[in-house]
Design a protein around this ligand. Structure first.
Ligand code: PXG
Length: 464
């Protein structure tokens, strides 16, 4: 890390933070004792903290900053929009130009079946909208019995009541007796962790068949929808075996239930296609989006609604009693439009597919040779390194799951690269504008992090 100038009162900020701020997903006693990291500026793929350290943002913020930080075109577009129309809502037969322009742009960029969007403020709100819309749809179709939604264990769909319920994070469910009634979960397609003796292809078929079994168990006449991320992000970058999605698609085609592909992470170029659904050849009926839609510059999300569902909602329905004050906020729409125009003009998605994606993948997969790595995987610019105590044996796990992942994550941060830890794996999802030189630097730090972590574990007798 390069030390520049320390112009921020780090300690005072940490003390005030500890005194007054409850953080998302943080254990406050440790956080407050250690003092939170204070990020004060960002440019491209680089963050600067209050001590003047430069750190590479290997997570694109929280999986969202596709175009990198600090793009003035976005700042200026928001500024212009705020001067013209700071805020107005979209309720009760009203609209405004940035919402119209963004809706039109999204209809053009998303797969052909999508020609309508419902705007929301976040991925969680998108999935709350999904929860209500699929139930409303089946009411309008004259099948009010179809209310049950199937998700997957270890899926992530947000942190509101519906998001937490649709997601399959057991720790989140335990806090407050969730999921809500009418939701159940099936196994995830996580071959490395749960594939047992099966080959990846066999396991993919097995995991897909869990869906057929669950639909049959509940009864097709009671199931409204199946929701899944094309690649599980927060669950640990779980890229399904090749056999999984075609089999799921086959199962869904035979049954009359809606398919929701949660594209909050996989959307907007992360896989080298505009959407993960295109990457895997999926045909969802609804598609929640957020994050990369505005590269995180301002909060905005949406639910892409297919013609099949939109036709029913528009032509059979009356008023759908649903919406948020900030649905399609003009400044957020302006940020999203500026972000998408940068992505289109600079051909960022093609670049992930044809250039920086393959370039980083090759080096990342080579990290799989490291003695600490059980598996290295990556699609587009999203990847994971499974850390393992015993190379070549997927059944051997570290004691106290998560401890080694946390050591590696903290080591990476000290070495100058933000990665995320999930269980005992390291997760990477950098800005899509990463240059070749930055990719080299990223891999150099990741390798040093593996070496340093291995040395710590060796010292403590935790590896061979
Ligand atoms: N769906 C998916 C697939 C997500 O990844 C959401 C919905 C919810 O979006 P909002 O905007 O409400 O946060 C997400 C969010 C992590 C992490 O550490 C992941 C997310 C959010 C925060 C942290 O992996 N994903």
């Amino acid at each position: 890390m390069t030390l520049t100038s320390n112009i921020y009162p780090t300690r005072a900020l940490q003390e005030a933070d500890a005194a007054h701020h409850l953080h998302p997903f943080s254990e406050h006693r440790t956080l407050n004792a250690e003092g939170s990291r204070v990020i004060v500026a960002a440019e491209g793929v680089w963050l600067t903290d209050s001590e003047g350290n430069r750190i590479m943002d290997g997570m694109a913020g929280l999986w969202c900053t596709q175009i990198g930080h600090g793009r003035q075109e976005v700042v200026e577009a928001v500024h212009r929009q705020m001067q013209e129309l700071d805020y107005y809502n979209l309720f009760f037969k009203t609209t405004h130009p940035p919402a119209v322009a963004l809706a039109e742009k999204l209809a053009q960029l998303t797969p052909a079946q999508f020609n309508h969007v419902f705007f929301v403020g976040s991925g969680s709100e998108a999935n709350d909208t999904v929860f209500r819309m699929v139930r409303y749809y089946w009411d309008l179709m004259g099948k009010p019995g179809k209310k049950h939604i199937i998700g997957r264990w270890n899926g992530y769909h947000g942190s509101t009541l519906a998001g937490t319920s649709l997601g399959g994070m057991k720790g989140m469910h335990e806090q407050g007796d969730l999921p809500v009634p009418g939701v159940s979960h099936i196994a995830q397609p996580y071959w490395y962790g749960e594939g047992g003796d099966m080959s990846p292809d066999e396991f993919g078929i097995w995991a897909a068949n869990q869906l057929a079994e669950e639909i049959d168990r509940i009864g097709e006449d009671k199931v409204a929808a199946f929701i899944a991320e094309p690649i599980q992000g927060a669950g640990g970058v779980i890229i399904p075996p090749d056999t999984y999605w075609p089999e799921v698609a086959r199962i869904l085609k035979e049954r009359d239930i809606l398919f929701v592909a949660d594209e909050v992470i996989t959307g907007f170029g992360r896989t080298g296609e505009w959407f993960g659904s295109t990457f895997f050849g999926l045909e969802p009926d609804l598609m929640p989006i957020a994050k990369g839609l505005s590269s995180g510059y301002l909060p905005i999300g949406g639910v892409m609604v297919s013609d099949k569902v939109a036709d029913v909602v528009i032509n059979k329905g009356g008023e759908f009693y649903h919406g948020y004050t900030y649905s399609g906020h003009p400044a957020c729409c302006a940020a999203a439009l500026a972000n998408l125009s940068i992505m289109e003009n600079e051909k960022i998605v093609d670049r992930v597919r044809d250039d920086i994606g393959p370039y980083l993948q090759k080096k990342w997969i080579a990290l799989g040779e490291h003695p600490l790595v059980g598996e290295a995987r990556m699609v587009g610019l999203v990847g994971a390194l499974e850390l393992a105590p015993s190379k070549g044996d997927r059944t051997k796990k570290f004691a106290n799951e998560g401890t080694v992942g946390t050591i590696a994550r903290d080591t990476s941060f000290s070495n100058g690269l933000v990665m995320r830890a999930v269980r005992d794996s390291l997760i990477l999802s950098p800005p899509l504008v990463l240059s070749h030189e930055e990719a080299d630097e990223l891999v150099r730090i990741a390798e040093k992090t593996l070496d340093d972590t291995y040395a710590i574990l060796k010292r403590d007798g935790k590896v061979g």
